[in-house]
Design a protein around this ligand. Structure first.
Ligand SMILES: [Zn+2]
Length: 288
């Protein structure tokens, strides 16, 4: 492939990501709100003045910059979350394209990462993780594991050992995905259950165990413990920073308020899906 064609494809992946990000903003805004569906109303509208948003004010990132982050009709502020989500989606699309090329796996991996992004922003704002987002993504992940099974789901050694025993690769993929789901879901479910028993209050949201199961299905069971560890560290650091800077004081001390865990799980899974192998290699080299 010539240099020009390669660059054109990367630009296309980035622009496609911007378009996905624009749709992701619709998902993040509408999914957790009563009375709104993804296709109803058909046109996007300003949440403050309800004016419909024309196509030229709906161009990812660009429109937000040109309108200086304000609504054309009522001039109320439009959250920086909109261009941020669009840029995140664009870079995710570009990165996944560089790893996978234009394949089915590009679309399904990107779907997984965009789902994590939506979950993170919805949980941050509403303290819920919508089943309507997580469950279909789990189902797609299991289908992907059967259609295009890869060793990482069960680990290289187990993969070849099972193949030697005459297992069908698709069956290994299915078992790997199921085991990874049960491990991810089970650990957080048990943690939440025990916390509630010991402390007498809810420590984890209902949506966290399925989200961890989802992450297991896409990243494999060996990613479950590192992602849990990484997300806990990120959550503790954030709570610490918020407490030190006094940001938690408006609605009472941060330590007494529910903290959404979904965004940290999502961020840890995102980091792991790009840097997991490198982190694994670094960790094992420490002891080599
Ligand atoms: Zn408006």
């Amino acid at each position: 492939m010539t240099g020009f064609a390669a660059i054109a494809l990367k630009v296309a992946a980035f622009v496609l990501g911007l378009a996905f990000g624009s749709f992701l903003n619709v998902v993040i805004f509408r999914l957790p709100r009563e009375g709104l569906a993804l296709d109803r109303p058909r046109r996007s509208f300003c949440p403050i003045c309800a004016a419909p948003i024309g196509w030229r004010d709906n161009i990812p990132v660009l429109s937000w910059l040109l309108l200086k982050g304000r609504c054309r009709s009522c001039h109320s502020r439009v959250s920086w979350r909109y261009p941020l989500v669009e840029l995140v989606a664009a870079f995710l699309s570009l990165f996944v394209f560089q790893v996978e090329g234009l394949t089915v796996r590009y679309f399904l991996t990107l779907y997984f990462l965009l789902c994590l992004t939506a979950v993170a922003f919805i949980d941050l704002e509403h303290l819920i993780i919508p089943d309507g987002l997580v469950i279909p993504t789990i189902v797609w992940g299991v289908i992907l594991a059967v259609l295009d099974p890869l060793p990482y789901l069960v680990g290289d050694n187990y993969w070849f050992a099972l193949l030697d025993m005459g297992w069908n690769p698709r069956l290994i993929g299915l078992v790997g995905a199921a085991f990874s789901f049960i491990l991810g879901f089970g650990i957080l479910f048990l943690t939440g259950f025990l916390y509630q028993r010991v402390r007498g209050r809810v420590g984890l949201g209902d949506g966290d165990p399925p989200l961890m199961g989802l992450i297991g299905v896409y990243l494999g069971w060996m990613a479950v413990f590192p992602v849990l560890f990484l997300s806990s560290v990120l959550a503790l650091l954030s709570v610490g920073v918020l407490a030190l800077t006094g940001r938690g004081t408006e609605e009472g001390p941060i330590a007494l308020r529910p903290v959404p865990f979904g965004p940290f799980l999502a961020l840890a899974a995102l980091i792991w899906s790009f840097f997991g192998p490198a982190i694994f290699a670094w960790y094992f080299n420490l002891f080599a």
